[in-house]
Design a protein around this ligand. Structure first.
Ligand code: ADP
Ligand code: MG
Length: 617
């Protein structure tokens, strides 16, 4: 409990004891009123104060006003114990609510634990701890066993196992060795690592995740907007209704004034909308928190709402369903030797971030001499072009060769073919192949089991490769040889097939597909391999790059929405019932306050269920 909550607890206990004393003391008249006013003041002064202050600010109708009006009214008609009790119970409810909000905030804050405190740099007199923000790109840092990795980088020396659970929800440690990328926020478990920093702190994985989580609350779901608007209209209407209830029956029926005022006050007590106002955002908050513990970052409650009704899932191939790590399976040079062809291709690729580029550089296995390469550019969906030793070298697919007017010849190997041409002369091709991710098939099966109507793959790769992968994974549809703009067109066509109540999700790695990510109803990006652009453009990020996490994300989204709906229906139904009963004079203030606080507590407890993570279906 926080200090504030502890103080409230003390006030509740004090007021409760004083209340008990006032109730048993044999007092009457003014003395009795005074005896009850003491516990009333102890427990209710802040509510009264806020009500008065809000009136001064022109925001009359809120729950403070409702409570103040109801209890002052009860005091005025001589129902002293009721007045104190309503206030007391209201505060118990508030305390419970603030405790619940804190708990779910803490569960998200445990994610915040990934914020590193320091980075070790080597100096002449040993290791020195500095603020991670002070470390520049290119600097080397040391991470001892047990320490958190403060910045993204590449391992220079040492081997170790990393605990990535906080980021990815994955409990198996990841082995790293020199040359491997490490991301900030993981914990170094076993060995000493020397890491060269590749990103400044503000751009590091940790900072980006923290930003994301901190801003998640600001993107509200439709249900949340509904509740805010609802509360704005609801309270004034309730107050008007209460006034009518107090005034009209005595004028037109046999009901006496005292009786009707009592009914109106009960009516006010029950009408407090706290259960809805707090439990709906709390459910979304819980859902986002639960998802992030499973390594699924959701940028706002609204995306959970959309994700829950996914009908069509569209996947990118390379890096999304496949590992994005290519092995060279054949080198077929035309006018040079194999080594030269690979070298040219690798040099041309050296400025690109595409998985193909990284794999070709890896296969070549040398450090590129950057002085030989100028004007390198990536031609998205086709390949790359660069000037190497004064020759214009192009490396890429059939489309690229046609664009530059080079005659190429196909290869009998099945695989992604990278053709290479220099100064308009065809030099041959390199065939590379990628492997599907281990959980890709399971991902498609799980999606279908969860009611997704159609799964589609869009790829820029050649038709045979695309079709082979689609058949292997059991996808419903595949479209190959697409440029990034064609992918947008395909998604737009698919969007037309979505029913009005459904949604389309696009899952990509962000390389060449940021436009599609933002065009889909909900864009899902692979986080660890994925580019920064993907994480910017996506609405949901799967931190461990596993496509199977999507089905889990949908399950979390659906559960969160079920909880939200349960709370709205339950709270409204109980309220309505007690409102009618109190309007008819069948409920007293004790029952009214139980209904109000009871509903809040149950709704909040239900909302907190959203935090737990459903198992992978
Ligand atoms: P996908 O849709 O499968 O993710 P991309 O849109 O990234 O694929 O790329 C489509 C195709 O364009 C690749 O299959 C490849 O033939 C070619 N290509 C893209 N980038 C490169 C590159 N850097 N080097 C060679 N070929 C490339
Ligand atoms: Mg791709």
């Amino acid at each position: 409990m926080t200090r504030k909550q502890k103080r409230m607890l003390i006030r509740i206990v004090t007021s409760g004891v004083l209340f008990g004393a006032a109730a048993v003391l044999p007092l009457s008249g003014w003395e009795r009123l005074a005896a009850f006013l003491v516990p009333y003041a102890v427990i209710g002064w802040d509510v009264l104060w806020r009500a008065v202050r809000n009136i001064a600010h022109g925001q009359v109708f809120d729950e403070n006003f409702l409570m103040a009006l109801a209890t002052v009214g009860a005091l005025a008609i001589g129902e002293y114990p009721e007045a104190v009790f309503v206030m007391l119970f209201y505060q118990v409810g508030e305390l419970f609510q603030s405790y619940a909000v804190d708990r779910s905030r803490k569960s998200i804050a445990s994610l915040m634990d990934i914020r590193p405190d320091y980075a070790n740099i080597e100096t002449e007199d040993g290791l020195k701890q500095v603020d991670p923000e002070e470390v520049a790109v290119g600097d080397a840092i040391i991470i001892k066993a047990g320490e958190r990795i403060p910045l993204d980088g590449v391992v220079l020396e040492g081997t170790s196992a990393l605990d990535t659970a906080a980021l990815t929800g994955e409990s198996l440690p990841r082995q790293v060795q020199p040359g491997d990328d490490v991301i900030s926020g993981c914990v170094n478990l076993t060995g000493l690592l020397k890491v060269q920093v590749t990103r400044a702190f503000e751009e590091s994985t940790v900072s980006r995740i923290l930003d994301l989580v901190e801003n998640a609350g600001s993107r509200k779901a439709r249900a949340e907007h509904f509740i805010t608007r609802f509360a704005r209209w609801y309270t004034p209407i309730v107050v008007l209704a209460a006034v009518a209830l107090a005034v009209l029956p005595p004028l037109f029926t046999q009901v006496g004034w005292l009786d009707s005022i009592q009914r109106a006050l009960n009516f006010l007590v029950v009408s407090c909308p706290c259960a809805l106002v707090i439990s709906v955002p709390l459910s979304f908050f819980g859902g986002i928190g639960g998802a992030s513990r499973a390594g699924i970052l959701v940028k706002g409650g609204n995306y959970l709402e959309v994700l829950a009704k996914t009908e069509i899932v569209v996947f990118d191939k390379t890096g999304t369903l496949t590992q994005g790590v290519f092995n060279v399976t054949a080198i077929h040079p035309d006018h040079c030797d194999e080594g030269q062809l690979l070298e040219l291709a690798a040099l041309a690729e050296c400025a690109s971030d595409h998985p193909i580029s990284r794999s070709l550089l890896e296969a070549w296995g040398q450090i590129p001499d950057s002085s030989r390469v100028t004007q390198a550019e990536a031609l998205s969906g086709r390949g790359v072009r660069a000037v190497i030793d004064g020759r214009v070298v192009c490396a890429g697919n059939d489309k690229l060769m046609e664009d530059i007017g080079v005659t190429w010849h196909p290869c009998h190997h099945v695989g992604t073919t990278v053709h290479v041409a220099a100064d308009g002369v065809y030099l041959g091709h390199i065939v590379i192949s990628d492997q599907v991710k281990l959980d890709a098939k399971q991902a498609i099966t799980a999606l279908k089991a969860s009611g997704v109507r159609k799964t589609v793959m869009l790829t820029g790769d050649a038709k045979p490769v695309g079709e082979a992968v689609a058949a292997q994974l059991g996808l419903d549809e595949v479209h190959a040889q697409l440029l990034p703009a064609d992918k947008v067109e395909q998604v737009e066509a698919l969007l037309k097939q979505v029913s009005p109540k459904g949604a389309l999700a696009f899952v990509g790695d962000g390389i060449n597909d940021a436009p599609v990510l933002s065009r889909a109803d909900v864009g899902v990006a692979m986080g660890a391999l994925g580019s920064d652009a993907a994480i910017e453009a996506a609405d949901i990020v799967l931190m461990d790059d596993k496509p199977s996490k999507l089905a889990q994300a949908i399950a979390i989204a659906r559960r969160t929405l079920t909880i939200v709906r349960q709370n709205i229906v339950f709270a409204l139904a109980v309220k309505l019932l007690v409102l009618v009963l109190s309007a008819l004079g069948h409920a007293n203030m004790w029952q009214a306050v139980f209904a109000d606080v009871g509903v809040s507590v149950i709704a909040i407890l239900n909302a907190m269920r959203a935090m737990s993570v459903p198992k992978n279906p």
